[in-house]
Design a protein around this ligand. Structure first.
Ligand SMILES: [Zn+2]
Length: 60
């Protein structure tokens, strides 16, 4: 199955790597580290569905 991390960077077609970023660094309200796809070439960050799930989660 193709994941979002297998897709090329939307900005430069470079390869993406999965990283987890503290929510403070992304300035988002998340309950834990946010998984993002970071471009190894240009450093651009892309948010896969699982990142949006983490960001969208309400702390309860
Ligand atoms: Zn890129």
């Amino acid at each position: 199955m193709t994941t979002e991390y297998d897709l090329p960077c939307a900005d430069c077609d470079g390869p993406l790597a999965r990283e987890t970023i503290p929510p403070e660094e992304l300035d988002v309200d998340a309950t834990g580290p946010v998984p993002v796809a970071t471009c190894k070439r240009c450093g651009s960050r892309h948010y896969p569905d699982e990142a949006l799930e983490v960001i969208g989660q309400e702390a309860s």
